[in-house]
Structures are given as structure tokens and as C-alpha cells.
Design a protein around this ligand. Structure first.
Ligand code: MG
Length: 416
């Protein structure tokens, strides 16, 4: 199991006392935990900085794509960051100008090599909040350097599964995806000494169902990007929001759960839960199910990973038990949303198959957003590309990126 079976060394002993009372002395007497944040200007990145600003953290380095240099410069100045990297080298002059305007003078690194250098930077924990397959290099760089990696970039685990599994040591990978953070919390209930997979019968991953829950396949023909970007419960970046509408995100999460927790695909269930309060569940052999509940707020899984193995105080408002709630659960409609069954299929195939599923999807989402592909065409095209691929074993970065590139080119041809 990749995920933390053991307590991390060098971390705090927990910032909240076992009786649940916030220990105000402990954080002050400890050195602040240092964090390298990748994808700092995105949805995960900005929420992570919000968590860090309200707790005892030091931001060691930041990396971002380069599309929002003013925000990146403000973050670097506010947190007194010593090193900043931008993936797009063309953004460097504007970034330097913005930094100078704020009186900040960090080391500026550029290009994918610069981002990878920051990913391996000395720190207590690296948070990879980069979106999409681009995050793979950073994930591998952080793991190779022996860093503890809080992984919000699920794509890097999914496409580089065999590579990541080979590199990651027990305790090195902390899930930031809300479902997997929930599963990790539920797995602690296996027994008094922590996670025990022998007593786990099934993982139950919840899905909001997205904005088109309850629609039949025939009803999905006329869906526009504006309609798909309107997610009912979660506020996220545009790619993951479209992936939530097609449920490709849930398909990716099933593969992610398999890789993180070593549970076979036929023991990972998906259930639609529109309120997004239960973030996932673990069913045990005795018939008991343990669920994790909290209003949807990504700051919670982020804080749990950054503060691991402790809990940070007052990260997010809890469920309000003074008022009535109705939580509903329903099975997934595989006909309207074939993306999850397709993900199980590529997950079972393993090797480069998940990379092809992911890459083809990224191209198809882009084509859909630009008006060049109907909504149902996204998963239909991904299925076509996956069907044409003969998976390799994904034993090198070059092989994974080769499969990724092939899938992108083929998806582009099919959507042109
Ligand atoms: Mg998720």
C-alpha cells in the first residue's frame, strides 16, 4: 500500500491533543513545517495557501504554470518565498517585474526543469497541485528526492502508476483528493493498530453525479460547456469540473484508489451521493461501514495532508447537526456515464492504458470547451482511442510519455 501505513518521521506529533482540544503550546514550540507548493495559482494551490496562512507553515518554494504571474508574485511576496519557478519561460520577465514592484527578490527558475528542481527542493512536504499529465515529472522528482508528497495531481499517479509505485516508500505519499483522504481516514478504523486491509471488504467511492445526474444518455446530446462548468457542489478548476460532469474524474479516482490502497477493482464501488457530504466509505468484513462526512471543502483534505499525522484546528465548518439533513445515495447510470466502466477496464489492463485514457480525455475536454466536440463525444472518443491502443508496461517515463503523446495525437485526429 503506497499510502501512509507508518507515521512520518520528522513531523509534528499532532497539533491537536488527543482529547480534541487545540494545543496552543505545541505549534509555538515547534519549527513551522516547510512546504513546497506546485501549482500555487490554481484552485488547490490558492486553497493550500489559505490553510498555510492560518497555521504554522513556512512556504519554501512555489511553482506555477506562468499564466497568472501577478498572483504568483503576490504569493511569493506575502509568504516570503525564497524560490519561485514558472513552467513557461516566456513568463519570466513579467514575473520579475511584478516581484520587483512588490519589493520581493526570490530566485526565479524557469521551464519544466525549473519546476522539477523546485519539486525536489528540501522541505517537510511537497504539495503537487498541478493539473493534468504535466504533473508527472514533478511527482517523480519529489519522490526521487525522498520528499513526502501530498498528491492533488491524481493524473501523475494514474498515468505513471508502475513508476510511482516503484519509487514511493511507505509513508511517502499522502492523498489530497477528497475521496481518497476520506478512504484513508476510514481505513484507520480497521483496528486499534491502524489500517488492516485483511478486514476491508470494499472501498465505496462517492460521486456527486455532477450537474447532469439523473439525465439519460439521450438527454446529454445538447450539453454546452457553460452547462458542464456549472458544478452543483464543488468549486474546482475547469478541467476537473468537466471531468466531474462526464464522471471521467470518478473513473480516474477508481484507478487512483486501486493504486493507493492495493484493493482490486472488483472491490471498489462507486455510489452517487449528490450532497457531497460523505466523501467515501470503507465497508469491513463484519458488515460495518465507516464513512467520512464534512461539507465539501478541499481545504480539509489539503490540511490533513499538510498537517499529517496531526489535524489542524478549525480548517472548515463541520456539518451543522442542529438542522435537518437528507443525504441520498443512488447507483451510477453506466449507460449515461460510461466513463467509470471504461476506467475500470483500462485500470485492469494497467501499464500505459490509464495514461492513454487520461491523455485522450484531456484533448477531448479541450475540444469540447472550444465547441469542436459534443459532450457525449468526449467519452466516446476516449473509448475509441483506448480501444486502438496496445498497452505497454509503463516501465519508463519515456514509455509513459510516448503513450500519452500517441493518445493526444490520435484524439486530436479524431476531434479535428
Ligand atoms: Mg475527488
Amino acid at each position: 500500500m503506497l499510502w501512509f501505513l507508518t507515521r512520518l518521521s520528522g513531523g509534528g506529533s499532532g497539533w491537536v491533543r488527543e482529547n480534541g482540544r487545540v494545543d496552543s503550546e505545541t505549534p509555538r514550540s515547534e519549527t513551522p513545517r516547510s512546504v513546497v507548493l506546485l501549482g500555487s495559482t490554481g484552485s488547490i494551490g490558492t486553497q493550500a495557501l489559505d490553510v498555510m496562512a492560518r497555521n504554522r507553515f513556512r512556504v519554501a518554494a512555489l511553482a506555477a504554470g506562468g499564466g497568472r504571474v501577478d498572483l504568483l508574485a503576490r504569493q511569493a511576496a506575502e509568504f516570503g518565498v525564497a524560490v519561485v519557478a514558472v513552467a513557461d519561460p516566456r513568463a519570466v520577465p513579467a514575473l520579475k517585474e511584478a516581484l520587483a514592484g512588490l519589493g520581493a527578490d526570490p530566485v526565479v527558475l524557469a521551464g519544466p526543469e525549473g519546476v522539477a528542481e523546485v519539486a525536489a527542493w528540501p522541505c517537510d512536504v511537497v504539495l503537487n497541485g498541478i493539473t493534468g499529465a504535466l504533473g508527472l515529472t514533478s511527482t517523480l522528482a519529489a519522490l526521487e528526492a525522498g520528499r513526502v508528497l501530498a498528491l492533488a495531481n491524481k493524473e501523475s499517479l494514474i498515468i505513471g502508476g508502475p513508476l510511482v509505485k516503484r519509487l514511493a516508500k511507505p509513508g511517502q505519499l499522502l492523498p489530497v483528493d477528497s475521496e481518497h483522504s476520506a478512504l484513508a481516514q476510514c481505513l484507520w478504523a480497521s483496528g486499534p493498530s491502524g489500517p488492516d486491509l485483511r478486514v476491508v471488504r470494499r472501498l465505496v467511492v462517492t460521486a456527486s453525479g455532477g450537474p447532469f445526474r439523473g439525465r439519460s444518455r439521450a438527454d446529454l446530446g445538447e450539453v454546452t460547456p457553460e452547462m458542464a462548468l456549472n458544478h452543483p457542489t464543488w468549486s474546482m478548476g475547469p478541467v476537473i469540473t468537466i471531468n466531474s460532469a462526464t464522471l471521467v474524474n470518478k473513473g480516474l479516482e477508481v484507478i487512483e484508489a486501486h493504486l493507493l490502497f492495493d484493493i482490486p477493482f472488483d472491490r471498489i464501488e462507486v455510489v452517487v451521493h449528490p450532497q457531497s457530504i460523505i466523501h467515501s466509505m470503507v465497508e469491513f468484513v463484519d458488515g460495518s461501514t465507516v464513512a467520512q462526512a464534512s461539507p465539501p471543502d478541499m481545504r480539509l483534505p489539503i490540511a490533513l495532508a499538510l498537517g499529517h499525522p496531526g489535524r489542524l484546528p478549525e480548517v472548515s465548518p463541520p456539518v451543522d447537526w442542529t438542522r435537518a439533513h437528507t443525504w441520498t445515495f443512488e447507483p451510477l447510470d453506466d449507460d449515461a456515464f460510461p466513463s467509470v466502466a471504461l476506467a475500470r477496464q483500462v485500470g485492469e489492463q494497467g501499464g500505459t492504458a490509464p495514461a492513454v485514457y487520461n491523455a485522450a480525455n484531456e484533448v477531448c475536454v479541450d475540444a469540447f470547451m472550444k465547441g469542436g466536440l459534443p459532450f457525449l463525444g468526449i467519452v466516446d472518443t476516449v473509448a475509441k482511442v483506448v480501444g486502438e491502443h496496445s498497452p505497454g508496461r509503463a516501465e519508463s517515463v519515456a514509455e509513459v510519455l510516448g503513450a500519452d503523446e500517441w493518445a493526444r495525437a490520435r484524439a486530436l485526429e479524431l476531434t479535428a
